[in-house]
Design a protein around this ligand. Structure first.
Ligand code: NAD
Ligand code: WQD
Length: 343
C-alpha cells in the first residue's frame, strides 16, 4: 500500500481527495495547521470511508516540525494542497500570502529531497493564466500578468517546482491547474467549510438560498458573453479529487513522459453566472434572491479549459455537471446549517 502525505487534508479539496485516495487503496496522512479548517472534515472522511486519517496539526512553514513528519512516516508521494487561497485577502496582505504559500512549498520540497520522496503533486490554479487571450485555455497557453498576489504565488510555485524537478531528475512532479471547483461529497458529510467567509459563487448562492445572506449580487451583466455575465468552468470537487489519484498513480507507474508535467482540471465547458443560478434554481426548486450589480474589479470575463490533455494522458473523465454541483452544494448547505442549529 502506497503512503501519501496530503498537506491541507482538513481543507475543502484535500478532504475530498483523501476519500478518493482511500477508495483507491492509498494510505493517507494529513498535515494541516487548521488556519482555514478544523478537524471535523476528517470525522466526515471517517464516516464515509471507515478509516481514521491521522492529522499532524503543524504549520508547514516550520521546517523542523515538517521534517520530523517526513522522517517518522516515510512517504511514497505528496499532494500539496496547503495554501492560503483568498484572492481579495491576498491583495491586502501580500507578504502573508508569499510567506505562507512559498515557504510551505519550499519546506515540503526540501523534505522531499532529503527523504527521497519522488512523487509530487501541486495544487495550481487557472488564475496562473490571468486574462487569457484565446479560449479554451490549453496547458500551453502563456501566463499573463497575475491578477493578484495569490495568483502570483501559484505562478511562482509552478516555477519553483519546475526548477526543482529539473535539478532533481528522480523527482516526478505534476502541477494541476484547477478551474472553479465546487459542490460537495454526495453524502453531505463533508463539503466546503472554510473558516473565512466564502466569496466564491457557489457557496454564495447556497448561503443566500438558506438565508445566511439577504441577496446575491451578480457582478456585471454587460460583458460580451452569452447573457452578459462572466463565464467560468465549474468542476465538481469529487472530479477534482479523482484527478489527483489518477495523476499520482500515473507518476508512480512511470507513465509520464516528462518529470514535471501540468494538467488543466475543468470540465471544458463555460457556464455563465446567470446559467449557474438557473441550474441552482432548477435542482433546489427554489428562486434565488439576486440583483444585478457592477462588474467586480479584476474579474476575467470568460475562461474555460481545454481538457484534452488530462483526459488522454491521465485516462480521467469528469462525472458531474453544473446541476450535480448545485445539488450537492445545496444538500451540504442544508445539512451543515441544520447541524449548527441543533448544537
Ligand atoms: P482550503 O483553505 O479549504 O484548504 C487549504 C488547507 O491548507 C486549509 O485546511 C488550511 O488550514 C491549510 N493550510 C494553509 N496554510 C497552511 C500551512 N502553512 N501549514 C499547514 N496547513 C496549511 O482550500 P481548498 O479550496 O481546499 O484549496 C486547496 C488548494 O487548491 C490550495 O492550494 C488552493 O490555492 C488551490 N486551489 C483552490 C481552488 C478553489 O477554488 N477552492 C481553485 C484553484 C486552486
Ligand atoms: C465566479 C464568477 C464572479 C460571487 C476564483 C479565484 C481563482 C480560483 C477560483 C483559486 C465570477 C461571479 C461571484 C458573487 C458573482 N481559485 N460572482 N457574485 O473569480 O472565477 O476565481 O476562484 O485558485 O483563482 O480567483 O471565482 O467563484 O469568485 O467567481 O457574480 O457573489 O461568479 O464575478 O464571474 P473566480 P468566483
Amino acid at each position: 500500500m502506497k503512503k501519501v502525505l496530503v498537506t491541507g487534508g482538513c481543507g475543502y479539496i484535500g478532504s475530498h481527495t483523501i476519500i478518493d485516495l482511500i477508495d483507491n487503496g492509498f494510505e493517507v496522512i494529513s498535515v494541516d495547521n487548521n488556519s482555514n479548517s478544523d478537524l471535523k472534515a476528517l470525522n466526515g472522511v471517517h464516516e464515509i470511508t471507515g478509516q481514521r486519517v491521522k492529522n499532524y496539526t503543524v504549520d508547514l512553514c516550520d521546517y523542523e516540525k515538517t521534517s520530523k513528519i517526513f522522517q517518522n512516516e516515510g512517504f511514497d508521494g505528496v499532494i500539496h494542497f496547503a495554501a492560503l487561497k483568498s484572492v481579495g485577502e491576498s491583495v491586502g496582505e501580500p507578504l502573508r500570502y508569499f510567506d505562507n504559500n512559498i515557504t510551505s512549498l519550499l519546506n515540503v520540497l526540501k523534505c522531499c529531497k532529503e527523504y527521497e520522496v519522488n512523487n509530487f503533486i501541486f495544487s495550481s490554479s487557472c488564475s496562473v493564466y490571468g486574462n487569457a487571450k484565446d479560449l479554451p485555455v490549453t496547458e500551453a497557453t502563456p501566463f499573463q500578468e497575475a491578477e493578484c498576489p495569490y495568483a502570483r504565488t501559484k505562478q511562482m510555485g509552478e516555477q519553483i517546482i519546475r526548477d526543482f524537478s529539473f535539478a532533481n531528475k528522480n523527482t516526478q512532479s505534476i502541477n494541476l491547474r484547477y478551474f472553479n471547483p465546487a459542490g460537495a461529497h454526495e453524502s453531505a458529510l463533508i463539503g466546503e467549510a472554510s473558516l473565512n467567509a466564502p466569496t466564491n459563487l457557489v457557496p454564495v448562492i447556497t448561503e443566500t438560498a438558506i438565508g445566511k445572506r439577504d441577496s446575491l449580487t451578480v457582478f456585471g451583466s454587460d460583458y460580451d458573453t452569452v447573457d452578459g455575465s462572466c463565464v467560468r468552468d465549474y468542476i465538481h470537487v469529487m472530479d477534482v479529487a479523482s484527478a489527483h489519484t489518477k495523476a499520482l498513480q500515473y507518476i508512480i507507474d512511470g507513465k509520464n513522459d516528462t518529470n514535471c508535467d501540468v494538467f488543466n482540471l475543468g470540465i471544458g465547458k463555460g457556464v455563465s453566472v446567470l446559467e449557474a443560478i438557473q441550474a441552482f434554481e432548477k435542482v433546489a426548486s427554489k428562486k434565488l434572491n439576486y440583483v444585478i450589480g457592477d462588474r467586480r474589479p479584476g474579474d476575467v470575463v470568460s475562461i474555460y479549459a481545454s481538457m484534452d490533455k488530462a483526459k488522454s494522458k491521465l485516462n480521467w473523465e469528469t462525472k458531474y455537471d453544473i446541476e450535480d454541483i448545485m445539488r450537492t452544494a445545496w444538500k451540504w448547505e442544508m445539512v451543515r446549517t441544520e447541524t449548527v442549529l441543533q448544537s
